[in-house]
Design a protein. Structure first.
Length: 144
């Protein structure tokens, strides 16, 4: 598979606002509901479980039902780790226009807890707490 195209929050915002990309927030439903990029859809790559985070077994199935393989997609998470994994999974599943928003919603941190790169929200990009039709429950139902 080709290398992952990783972009800053500002670059990702430009892709969404000017080039027709769809932002897919791959964080948990709870994280998404607490705030996400304006217009983002929620398809978690991992789900909260009693023993910690577990891979979402329906991730590729739901994404494949919602998007064509050549759809323009930006994936983002909290700090860049889950979205990189999601971008790799999508690429391996045949998606050809996936961009990883590398800094996530909050931004990655160094071992001391300092933010290394401002994420979507700290960068001052548009945020909302509800996108009509964008929740995972709605998207999973739509995917069948």
């Amino acid at each position: 598979m080709a290398s992952i195209n990783r972009q800053s929050p500002q670059e990702a915002h430009k892709l969404v606002s000017e080039q027709g990309y769809t932002y897919v927030d791959v964080r948990t439903e709870q994280e998404y509901a607490a705030g996400h990029p304006t217009g983002a859809l929620n398809v978690p790559v991992a789900l909260a479980a009693p023993g910690g985070m577990q891979p979402n077994p329906d991730f590729i199935r739901v994404m494949s039902a919602l998007f064509a393989k050549d759809a323009k997609i930006v994936v983002g998470c909290k700090a860049g780790g889950r979205s990189l994994r999601a971008a790799e999974m999508l690429g391996n599943a045949g998606f050809s226009s996936v961009v990883d928003q590398r800094a996530g919603f909050d931004g990655p941190r160094d071992p001391a807890g300092r933010v290394i790169e401002a994420g979507w929200a700290p960068a001052g990009l548009p945020v909302e707490s509800a996108t009509p039709g964008g929740s995972y429950a709605e998207l999973k139902q739509k995917a069948g």
